[in-house]
Design a protein around this ligand. Sequence first.
Ligand code: FE2
Length: 311
Amino acid sequence: MVGDVSLVLTFADSGARALANTCRHRGHELLPDGGASTRRAITCPYHAWSYDLSGALIAAPGFTEVATFAAAGYPLVEVPSATWHGWFFVNATGTAAPFDAHIGGLDELVAPYAPESLVRRARHTYEVSANWKLVVENYHECYHCPLIHPELCVVSPPTSGDNYDLPGAWVGGSMDLAEGAVTMSISGESAGVPIPGARPGKVEYLGLFPNLLISAHPDYVMTHRMVPLAADRTWIECSWYFADAAVDPSYAVEFWDLTNKQDWGACESVQRGLRSPHFRPGPFAPNEDAVHQWVTMIGRGYQGVAPHVRD
Ligand SMILES: [Fe+2]
């Protein structure tokens, strides 16, 4: 479900597709919203119109004797989708920019890590009492790091790094690892193996509009995927991906679970503060330039400008 758009995702030999969960007969939902099926055909529970996994209509009971009826005229509506480094993206409303324009220059930063070749070894979910955009704002600055992330500051100087200014609907930058640290972990040590193609000594923090944060480390890639539950509540899935399928991921999970919870506490406090009638917007510090880029993208988006379009 994306807004008012309910979709059926199908996975067949011909590839993955996103189809409207709306029967071409009377509009009945094909699957309960959020439901799943392992069947090779999708049958509407209302009048039994059936579709194959490409969305083609293969049965319409009662229409066989209707000479003017052509099943080819009633496929499920397909919306644009794309698979990128293992992630599946759906243009749910059909109104977003072409996927290549949406990704822009992000591919050259993510491709060397070959996330599609990595194995997910850990997954945590969180529910945060804050708007999803506040979570992204928090992600894109380390101004707050010396105050709430003492463990992070040991392995990565909070003043290090630079932000990128490349095409695409994303914001991000890199930070340096401290001398003696090979990754982001409590000790700075890694229990994994380097990802071929990763940048040693660097961590990339990349936020793809709208809801995927990609943190690429020398030895693992971590993602945050956000789903808004309400204006002030967000579900977040944090995943850790490694080159070594047998690795014990706890060194990375322990570090980021701690850091995540420190961040969620800050986001929830900001959410409460924003609710006050006495909140007034304040200025961005120079090292909050990525947050400025992000809120500018959002503000322009509310005015109808596609998120990949820059001045
Ligand atoms: Fe933080």
